[in-house]
Write a protein that binds this ligand. Sequence first.
Ligand SMILES: Nc1ncnc2c1ncn2[C@@H]1O[C@H](COP(=O)(O)OP(=O)(O)OP(=O)(O)O)[C@@H](O)[C@H]1O
Ligand SMILES: [Mg+2]
Length: 302
Amino acid sequence: MKKITTRARRSIKVINKTSEMQKISKKIRRRNISIGFVPTMGALHKGHISLIDIARKHSQFVVVSIFVNPTQFGPKEDFSNYPRTFNKDLDCLFEKKVDIVFAPTINEIYPEEYGTYIDIPDFSNKLCGKSRPTHFKGVCTIVAKLFNIVSPDIAVFGEKDAQQVIILKKMVKDLNFPVKIITGKIIREPSGLAMSSRNKYLTDKQKQNASIIYKTLKETEKKINNGERNIQNLKKFIRNGLLTKMDHPATAENELKIDYIEIINKDNLQQPKTLKGECLIAIAVWCGKTRLIDNITVNFNH
Ligand SMILES: Nc1ncnc2c1ncn2[C@@H]1O[C@H](COP(=O)(O)OP(=O)(O)OP(=O)(O)O)[C@@H](O)[C@H]1O
Ligand SMILES: [Mg+2]
Protein backbone atom coordinates (compact mmCIF):
# COMPACT_ATOMS: atom_id res chain seq x y z
CA MET A 1 0.00 0.00 0.00
CA LYS A 2 1.19 3.54 -0.79
CA LYS A 3 2.40 5.58 2.17
CA ILE A 4 -0.25 8.14 2.99
CA THR A 5 0.54 11.47 4.58
CA THR A 6 -1.39 12.75 7.56
CA ARG A 7 -2.65 15.51 5.29
CA ALA A 8 -4.12 13.00 2.84
CA ARG A 9 -5.64 11.07 5.70
CA ARG A 10 -7.25 14.24 6.96
CA SER A 11 -8.78 14.93 3.58
CA ILE A 12 -11.21 12.03 3.93
CA LYS A 13 -14.45 13.24 5.46
CA VAL A 14 -15.02 11.73 8.90
CA ILE A 15 -18.33 12.47 10.61
CA ASN A 16 -18.77 11.81 14.33
CA LYS A 17 -22.15 13.41 14.93
CA THR A 18 -25.42 11.68 14.15
CA SER A 19 -27.19 14.95 13.33
CA GLU A 20 -24.47 15.96 10.89
CA MET A 21 -24.55 12.58 9.14
CA GLN A 22 -28.34 12.83 8.81
CA LYS A 23 -28.04 16.34 7.37
CA ILE A 24 -25.54 15.20 4.74
CA SER A 25 -27.60 12.13 3.75
CA LYS A 26 -30.67 14.30 3.36
CA LYS A 27 -28.77 16.69 1.09
CA ILE A 28 -27.37 13.85 -1.03
CA ARG A 29 -30.74 12.19 -1.41
CA ARG A 30 -32.37 15.51 -2.36
CA ARG A 31 -29.94 15.62 -5.28
CA ASN A 32 -31.15 12.15 -6.33
CA ILE A 33 -27.75 10.62 -5.66
CA SER A 34 -27.95 7.03 -4.42
CA ILE A 35 -26.25 6.13 -1.15
CA GLY A 36 -24.47 2.80 -0.60
CA PHE A 37 -23.59 1.86 2.96
CA VAL A 38 -21.10 -0.59 4.49
CA PRO A 39 -21.33 -0.92 8.28
CA THR A 40 -18.14 -2.19 9.98
CA MET A 41 -16.49 -2.41 13.35
CA GLY A 42 -13.18 -1.27 11.85
CA ALA A 43 -9.89 -3.23 11.86
CA LEU A 44 -10.52 -3.42 8.14
CA HIS A 45 -9.37 -6.30 5.93
CA LYS A 46 -9.94 -7.44 2.35
CA GLY A 47 -13.41 -8.76 3.28
CA HIS A 48 -14.52 -5.24 4.15
CA ILE A 49 -12.86 -3.83 1.02
CA SER A 50 -14.80 -6.25 -1.17
CA LEU A 51 -18.05 -4.93 0.34
CA ILE A 52 -16.99 -1.35 -0.37
CA ASP A 53 -16.35 -2.31 -4.02
CA ILE A 54 -19.87 -3.79 -4.21
CA ALA A 55 -21.37 -0.64 -2.66
CA ARG A 56 -19.51 1.47 -5.23
CA LYS A 57 -20.87 -0.66 -8.07
CA HIS A 58 -24.47 -0.25 -6.88
CA SER A 59 -24.48 3.39 -5.73
CA GLN A 60 -22.99 6.79 -6.39
CA PHE A 61 -22.11 7.88 -2.84
CA VAL A 62 -20.45 5.42 -0.46
CA VAL A 63 -20.64 5.70 3.32
CA VAL A 64 -18.65 3.35 5.57
CA SER A 65 -19.29 3.32 9.31
CA ILE A 66 -16.72 2.33 11.89
CA PHE A 67 -18.31 1.64 15.25
CA VAL A 68 -17.42 -1.10 17.70
CA ASN A 69 -20.96 -1.70 18.89
CA PRO A 70 -21.03 -2.52 22.61
CA THR A 71 -24.58 -3.94 22.57
CA GLN A 72 -23.60 -6.88 20.34
CA PHE A 73 -20.92 -8.08 22.75
CA GLY A 74 -21.79 -10.32 25.69
CA PRO A 75 -20.61 -9.33 29.18
CA LYS A 76 -17.70 -11.79 29.04
CA GLU A 77 -16.75 -11.08 25.43
CA ASP A 78 -13.90 -9.07 23.95
CA PHE A 79 -15.42 -5.59 23.60
CA SER A 80 -12.55 -3.80 25.37
CA ASN A 81 -9.83 -5.80 23.59
CA TYR A 82 -11.46 -5.70 20.15
CA PRO A 83 -8.83 -4.63 17.55
CA ARG A 84 -9.01 -0.90 16.88
CA THR A 85 -6.84 0.41 14.01
CA PHE A 86 -8.61 3.67 13.19
CA ASN A 87 -5.79 5.56 11.41
CA LYS A 88 -4.87 2.55 9.29
CA ASP A 89 -8.56 2.08 8.46
CA LEU A 90 -8.79 5.73 7.34
CA ASP A 91 -5.76 5.28 5.05
CA CYS A 92 -7.45 2.32 3.44
CA LEU A 93 -10.82 4.09 3.07
CA PHE A 94 -9.03 7.09 1.59
CA GLU A 95 -7.45 4.80 -1.03
CA LYS A 96 -10.86 3.32 -1.83
CA LYS A 97 -12.21 6.87 -2.34
CA VAL A 98 -15.00 6.32 0.15
CA ASP A 99 -17.11 9.47 0.30
CA ILE A 100 -17.81 9.55 4.03
CA VAL A 101 -16.66 7.68 7.10
CA PHE A 102 -19.23 7.73 9.88
CA ALA A 103 -17.45 7.07 13.17
CA PRO A 104 -19.69 8.03 16.08
CA THR A 105 -18.78 7.82 19.77
CA ILE A 106 -20.63 5.35 21.99
CA ASN A 107 -22.41 8.21 23.73
CA GLU A 108 -23.61 9.59 20.39
CA ILE A 109 -25.29 6.26 19.59
CA TYR A 110 -26.34 5.18 23.08
CA PRO A 111 -26.87 8.27 25.26
CA GLU A 112 -27.65 7.60 28.91
CA GLU A 113 -31.41 7.63 28.43
CA TYR A 114 -31.27 5.13 25.52
CA GLY A 115 -33.92 2.39 25.73
CA THR A 116 -35.11 0.90 22.40
CA TYR A 117 -33.99 -2.52 21.15
CA ILE A 118 -34.97 -4.66 18.18
CA ASP A 119 -35.14 -8.40 18.60
CA ILE A 120 -36.27 -11.28 16.37
CA PRO A 121 -36.29 -14.08 18.97
CA ASP A 122 -37.13 -16.97 16.62
CA PHE A 123 -34.09 -16.17 14.49
CA SER A 124 -31.76 -14.81 17.15
CA ASN A 125 -31.80 -17.81 19.46
CA LYS A 126 -30.31 -20.32 17.01
CA LEU A 127 -26.73 -21.04 15.79
CA CYS A 128 -24.54 -18.15 17.04
CA GLY A 129 -27.42 -16.96 19.23
CA LYS A 130 -27.13 -20.04 21.46
CA SER A 131 -23.72 -19.05 22.76
CA ARG A 132 -24.25 -15.31 22.19
CA PRO A 133 -27.84 -14.81 23.43
CA THR A 134 -27.92 -11.00 23.16
CA HIS A 135 -25.71 -10.65 20.07
CA PHE A 136 -28.32 -10.30 17.33
CA LYS A 137 -30.47 -7.96 19.41
CA GLY A 138 -27.42 -5.68 19.48
CA VAL A 139 -26.81 -6.16 15.76
CA CYS A 140 -30.43 -5.42 14.76
CA THR A 141 -30.54 -2.38 17.01
CA ILE A 142 -27.32 -0.82 15.70
CA VAL A 143 -28.12 -1.58 12.05
CA ALA A 144 -31.62 -0.10 12.40
CA LYS A 145 -30.15 3.02 13.99
CA LEU A 146 -27.45 3.30 11.32
CA PHE A 147 -30.05 2.92 8.58
CA ASN A 148 -32.01 5.80 10.13
CA ILE A 149 -28.88 7.93 10.39
CA VAL A 150 -27.31 7.19 6.99
CA SER A 151 -30.54 6.64 4.97
CA PRO A 152 -28.88 4.34 2.45
CA ASP A 153 -30.54 3.00 -0.70
CA ILE A 154 -28.46 -0.15 -0.47
CA ALA A 155 -26.43 -1.70 2.35
CA VAL A 156 -23.79 -4.38 1.88
CA PHE A 157 -23.12 -7.24 4.30
CA GLY A 158 -20.73 -10.19 4.14
CA GLU A 159 -21.91 -13.77 3.68
CA LYS A 160 -19.40 -14.86 6.33
CA ASP A 161 -22.04 -13.74 8.83
CA ALA A 162 -24.78 -15.77 7.16
CA GLN A 163 -27.16 -15.71 10.12
CA GLN A 164 -26.71 -11.95 10.41
CA VAL A 165 -27.70 -11.52 6.75
CA ILE A 166 -30.81 -13.68 7.18
CA ILE A 167 -31.84 -11.78 10.33
CA LEU A 168 -31.22 -8.34 8.83
CA LYS A 169 -33.17 -9.19 5.67
CA LYS A 170 -36.06 -10.19 7.92
CA MET A 171 -35.79 -7.00 9.95
CA VAL A 172 -35.80 -4.88 6.79
CA LYS A 173 -38.89 -6.72 5.51
CA ASP A 174 -40.76 -6.77 8.83
CA LEU A 175 -40.09 -3.09 9.60
CA ASN A 176 -40.36 -1.80 6.01
CA PHE A 177 -36.92 -0.21 5.88
CA PRO A 178 -36.51 1.32 2.39
CA VAL A 179 -33.08 -0.30 2.07
CA LYS A 180 -31.96 -3.07 -0.27
CA ILE A 181 -29.58 -5.55 1.33
CA ILE A 182 -26.83 -6.82 -0.95
CA THR A 183 -24.39 -9.52 0.11
CA GLY A 184 -20.73 -10.11 -0.67
CA LYS A 185 -18.95 -13.46 -0.95
CA ILE A 186 -16.63 -14.61 1.82
CA ILE A 187 -13.07 -13.38 1.22
CA ARG A 188 -10.47 -15.88 2.40
CA GLU A 189 -6.77 -16.11 3.22
CA PRO A 190 -4.78 -18.24 0.73
CA SER A 191 -5.13 -21.08 3.27
CA GLY A 192 -8.91 -20.89 2.99
CA LEU A 193 -9.41 -19.30 6.42
CA ALA A 194 -12.22 -16.73 6.21
CA MET A 195 -10.84 -13.25 6.81
CA SER A 196 -11.96 -11.69 10.05
CA SER A 197 -10.81 -8.83 12.25
CA ARG A 198 -10.59 -11.33 15.09
CA ASN A 199 -7.99 -13.39 13.16
CA LYS A 200 -5.55 -10.83 14.61
CA TYR A 201 -5.87 -12.73 17.89
CA LEU A 202 -4.57 -15.99 16.34
CA THR A 203 -0.99 -17.27 16.45
CA ASP A 204 0.50 -18.70 13.23
CA LYS A 205 -0.12 -22.26 14.43
CA GLN A 206 -3.70 -21.44 15.38
CA LYS A 207 -4.23 -19.91 11.93
CA GLN A 208 -2.87 -23.04 10.28
CA ASN A 209 -5.13 -25.25 12.39
CA ALA A 210 -8.14 -23.00 11.74
CA SER A 211 -7.67 -23.45 7.98
CA ILE A 212 -9.15 -26.94 8.48
CA ILE A 213 -12.57 -25.27 8.84
CA TYR A 214 -12.90 -24.35 5.17
CA LYS A 215 -11.09 -27.50 4.00
CA THR A 216 -13.65 -29.57 5.91
CA LEU A 217 -16.53 -27.59 4.42
CA LYS A 218 -15.19 -28.24 0.90
CA GLU A 219 -14.69 -31.96 1.67
CA THR A 220 -18.28 -32.06 2.93
CA GLU A 221 -19.49 -30.49 -0.29
CA LYS A 222 -17.66 -33.25 -2.20
CA LYS A 223 -19.34 -35.88 -0.04
CA ILE A 224 -22.73 -34.36 -0.78
CA ASN A 225 -21.99 -34.22 -4.50
CA ASN A 226 -21.10 -37.92 -4.26
CA GLY A 227 -24.58 -38.62 -2.91
CA GLU A 228 -24.49 -38.40 0.92
CA ARG A 229 -27.91 -37.24 2.16
CA ASN A 230 -27.88 -38.24 5.83
CA ILE A 231 -27.64 -35.22 8.13
CA GLN A 232 -26.13 -37.10 11.06
CA ASN A 233 -23.46 -38.69 8.82
CA LEU A 234 -22.59 -35.30 7.39
CA LYS A 235 -22.34 -33.68 10.83
CA LYS A 236 -20.19 -36.56 12.06
CA PHE A 237 -17.94 -36.18 9.02
CA ILE A 238 -17.51 -32.45 9.73
CA ARG A 239 -16.86 -32.99 13.45
CA ASN A 240 -14.25 -35.62 12.64
CA GLY A 241 -12.57 -33.37 10.05
CA LEU A 242 -12.41 -30.43 12.44
CA LEU A 243 -11.09 -32.40 15.38
CA THR A 244 -8.60 -34.78 13.78
CA LYS A 245 -7.20 -33.26 10.61
CA MET A 246 -5.42 -30.16 11.91
CA ASP A 247 -1.81 -29.39 10.92
CA HIS A 248 -0.60 -29.13 14.53
CA PRO A 249 -1.32 -31.38 17.49
CA ALA A 250 -4.21 -30.25 19.66
CA THR A 251 -2.52 -28.55 22.60
CA ALA A 252 -4.66 -26.42 24.90
CA GLU A 253 -3.80 -23.41 22.75
CA ASN A 254 -4.05 -25.02 19.32
CA GLU A 255 -7.06 -27.29 19.56
CA LEU A 256 -10.37 -26.49 17.92
CA LYS A 257 -13.48 -26.76 20.08
CA ILE A 258 -16.78 -27.02 18.28
CA ASP A 259 -19.47 -24.54 19.23
CA TYR A 260 -21.93 -25.74 16.58
CA ILE A 261 -22.22 -27.53 13.26
CA GLU A 262 -25.57 -26.87 11.59
CA ILE A 263 -27.15 -27.79 8.28
CA ILE A 264 -30.12 -25.51 7.84
CA ASN A 265 -32.70 -24.06 5.56
CA LYS A 266 -31.84 -20.41 4.81
CA ASP A 267 -35.47 -19.26 5.04
CA ASN A 268 -36.07 -20.18 8.64
CA LEU A 269 -32.69 -21.30 10.04
CA GLN A 270 -34.24 -24.71 10.85
CA GLN A 271 -32.69 -28.08 10.10
CA PRO A 272 -34.77 -29.58 7.27
CA LYS A 273 -36.36 -33.04 7.66
CA THR A 274 -35.01 -34.18 4.32
CA LEU A 275 -32.08 -32.63 2.52
CA LYS A 276 -33.14 -31.06 -0.75
CA GLY A 277 -32.48 -27.81 -2.60
CA GLU A 278 -30.15 -25.19 -1.19
CA CYS A 279 -28.98 -25.46 2.41
CA LEU A 280 -26.45 -23.63 4.51
CA ILE A 281 -23.74 -25.53 6.35
CA ALA A 282 -22.62 -23.24 9.15
CA ILE A 283 -19.86 -23.81 11.65
CA ALA A 284 -18.59 -22.00 14.74
CA VAL A 285 -15.46 -23.17 16.53
CA TRP A 286 -13.27 -21.92 19.30
CA CYS A 287 -9.59 -21.76 18.47
CA GLY A 288 -8.01 -21.02 21.84
CA LYS A 289 -9.92 -17.97 23.09
CA THR A 290 -11.01 -16.86 19.62
CA ARG A 291 -14.38 -17.80 18.20
CA LEU A 292 -14.42 -18.32 14.42
CA ILE A 293 -17.36 -18.78 12.06
CA ASP A 294 -17.60 -20.01 8.48
CA ASN A 295 -20.19 -21.46 6.11
CA ILE A 296 -20.92 -22.69 2.61
CA THR A 297 -24.13 -23.01 0.65
CA VAL A 298 -24.66 -26.47 -0.84
CA ASN A 299 -27.25 -27.78 -3.24
CA PHE A 300 -28.74 -31.18 -2.45
CA ASN A 301 -30.55 -31.41 -5.79
CA HIS A 302 -27.36 -32.15 -7.72
N1 LIG B 1 -14.07 -12.53 5.12
C1 LIG B 1 -15.08 -11.72 4.85
N2 LIG B 1 -15.58 -11.68 3.59
C2 LIG B 1 -16.64 -10.87 3.28
N3 LIG B 1 -17.24 -10.07 4.20
C3 LIG B 1 -16.78 -10.09 5.45
C4 LIG B 1 -15.68 -10.90 5.85
N4 LIG B 1 -15.44 -10.69 7.17
C5 LIG B 1 -16.35 -9.81 7.59
N5 LIG B 1 -17.16 -9.42 6.58
C6 LIG B 1 -18.29 -8.51 6.65
O1 LIG B 1 -17.86 -7.22 7.02
C7 LIG B 1 -18.92 -6.54 7.69
C8 LIG B 1 -18.40 -5.93 8.96
O2 LIG B 1 -18.01 -6.97 9.81
P1 LIG B 1 -17.07 -6.78 11.06
O3 LIG B 1 -16.60 -5.39 11.12
O4 LIG B 1 -17.70 -7.42 12.22
O5 LIG B 1 -15.76 -7.62 10.60
P2 LIG B 1 -15.34 -9.07 10.97
O6 LIG B 1 -14.10 -9.38 10.24
O7 LIG B 1 -16.51 -9.98 10.83
O8 LIG B 1 -14.95 -8.95 12.48
P3 LIG B 1 -15.22 -10.01 13.61
O9 LIG B 1 -14.52 -11.24 13.28
O10 LIG B 1 -14.64 -9.36 14.79
O11 LIG B 1 -16.69 -10.16 13.70
C9 LIG B 1 -20.00 -7.61 7.93
O12 LIG B 1 -21.02 -7.45 6.96
C10 LIG B 1 -19.26 -8.90 7.74
O13 LIG B 1 -20.10 -9.96 7.33
MG1 LIG C 1 -18.00 -9.67 12.35
